[in-house]
Design a protein around this ligand. Structure first.
Ligand SMILES: Nc1nc2c(ncn2[C@@H]2O[C@H](COP(=O)(O)OP(=O)(O)OP(=O)(O)O)[C@@H](O)[C@H]2O)c(=O)[nH]1
Ligand SMILES: [Mg+2]
Length: 388
């Protein structure tokens, strides 16, 4: 737990969080941090069977969109050269692995598929770096067909020329057959670059990739660049942006969050997937990594408290009116005087929580107004999620 969280404990007020910050869906697996997202891992042989034509039926419950056929979930590919950090990223973001433990990861030899069951079902495929996927013998359709986003992990502390060549070849090749794929380049391991020339390296890589793609005839390729490291919040920020690129309702979420930022005088508002701490939307004001970190740590504190003092919804339902009222309410919490900020959290549904950060050290006087506005927002968000 970071120092910010320790400092914050004196002013914390937690209301009803224990009972509601848990899933009432028995199919969602227990995890140390709560019950928000199921991760089903599946290691498959590299030459996967051709993508099935089976129709996918979408079902909706609790405002969460689930597709029944896993192959039809939006897919996110992690690609890049050997040892660039793909499996480390997947393990740190989706399996809560401590960054230093990635030192002991072995090279990936088969495609590793993780199914994420969250506000939207999606899959993350970790591809072994040792294989040439442009080889004609591969069934490209089974790997790249239906992919929403491809993340190319580029080790910035290594000699990155070969990685840039492979990356541009891959994009140029895939653009012809799979034009709908969105590309993100994670300029990775930035923690191990000397501060003096970190920015130069990031600029150099971005420029070289853009120039090479331009030379190959791609004038406006759908490629975004993010400096990342598993040793700071940068990897969560970058993954958040990639996931957001797959969410059709993003502009609606952003407009709603802009409204709440203005009406509640928040500095920044995030809509978090609670387990992964990926934010699926935020208001459109400029974000600072420190602000994200504070909100992310706050979620940890609340979920930890819920784990210790909480109970599952319905378990304390003795039929009394009070028990019924409590089980209907969303978890909420606010905290004052954390590094001069106030933080506010409200559960939106089983998977999502809204976290707002305000520059006012204390915002109790305005709490009632904030509650009112956020409750109205919660209703609207649920409607948007239900419509899919
Ligand atoms: N300094 C630093 N090291 C990292 C970072 N991310 C990963 N590593 C290290 O990079 C090494 C390789 O990581 P892996 O995740 O196994 O690489 P990979 O891309 O999955 O490799 P293959 O499975 O062979 O394709 C490990 O020792 C990690 O600890 C990072 O952000 N910073
Ligand atoms: Mg690996």
């Amino acid at each position: 737990m970071s120092s910010e969280s320790e400092e914050s404990q004196s002013g914390v007020e937690v209301r009803k969080a224990p009972s509601t910050l848990r899933s009432d869906n028995p199919s969602v697996a227990n995890s140390a941090l709560g019950n928000y997202m199921t991760i089903e891992s599946d290691e498959n042989l590299l030459v996967a069977s051709a993508s099935s034509e089976a129709s996918s039926t979408a079902s909706q419950s609790n405002g969460i969109i689930h597709t029944e056929h896993s192959e039809h979930k939006p897919r996110l590919l992690l690609m890049g050269l050997k040892r660039s950090g793909k499996s480390s990223i997947s393990n740190v973001v989706f399996h809560k692995m401590a960054p230093h433990e990635t030192l002991f990861l072995e090279a990936t030899t088969q495609i590793k598929k993780d199914s994420m069951r969250s506000f939207m079902d999606f899959q993350v495929w970790d591809l072994p770096g040792q294989i040439d996927y442009l080889d004609q013998s591969f069934d490209a359709d089974s790997i790249f067909g239906g992919v929403g986003a491809m993340i190319w992990v580029l080790d910035a502390q290594d000699n990155y020329m070969e990685a840039i060549v492979r990356l541009t070849e891959t994009i140029v090749h895939l653009q012809q057959s799979f034009p709908e794929i969105k590309y993100s380049v994670f300029i990775h391991k930035t923690d191990s670059l000397a501060e003096d020339y970190r920015e130069d390296i990031i600029r150099d890589i971005t420029q070289r990739v853009s120039d090479d793609l331009f030379d190959a005839g791609l004038e406006n390729p759908p490629v975004s660049f993010y400096p990342t490291s598993i040793y700071d919040y940068g990897i969560f920020e970058a993954f958040s942006k990639v996931i957001q690129s797959l969410i059709p309702q993003l502009p609606v979420f952003e407009a709603l969050l802009n409204t709440i930022t203005a009406s509640c005088r928040f500095e920044k508002v995030y809509l978090f997937d609670v387990l992964s701490k990926i934010y699926i939307a935020s208001d459109t004001s400029a974000a600072e990594l420190a602000t994200y970190g504070l909100c992310s740590d706050y979620i940890d504190v609340i979920v930890d408290l819920s784990e210790v003092y909480g109970w599952e919804r319905g378990r304390k339902d003795d039929g009394s009116k009070r028990a019924k009222d409590i089980s209907k309410q969303s978890a909420e919490s606010f905290i004052s005087n954390v590094k001069g900020y106030s933080l506010y959290l409200r559960e939106i549904n089983t998977y999502l929580a809204l976290v707002g950060i305000s520059k006012e050290a204390r915002f109790e006087p305005e709490k009632a107004l904030v509650d009112y506005n956020v409750q109205a927002l919660q209703k609207t968000l649920k409607k948007v999620l239900r419509r899919g």
